[in-house]
Write a protein of this length. Structure first.
Length: 52
């Protein structure tokens, strides 16, 4: 979660997170990643909707 994701599409958010991890994915140090990237406003909204 971070304000850096504000205004980004879901795909762009994922690309932003994947970028620094690509070295580890390429050499199989990381096998799989599940990304849920939120702005603070999205997190607050989804937290209420999902009962967190």
């Amino acid at each position: 979660m971070g304000e850096m994701f504000d205004g980004m599409s879901r795909v762009k958010k994922q690309q932003t997170v994947y970028g620094p991890l690509m070295e580890y994915i390429a050499d199989n140090r990381i096998h799989a990643v599940s990304i849920k990237a939120y702005t603070p406003a999205e997190w607050a909204r989804d937290r209420k909707l999902n009962g967190f």
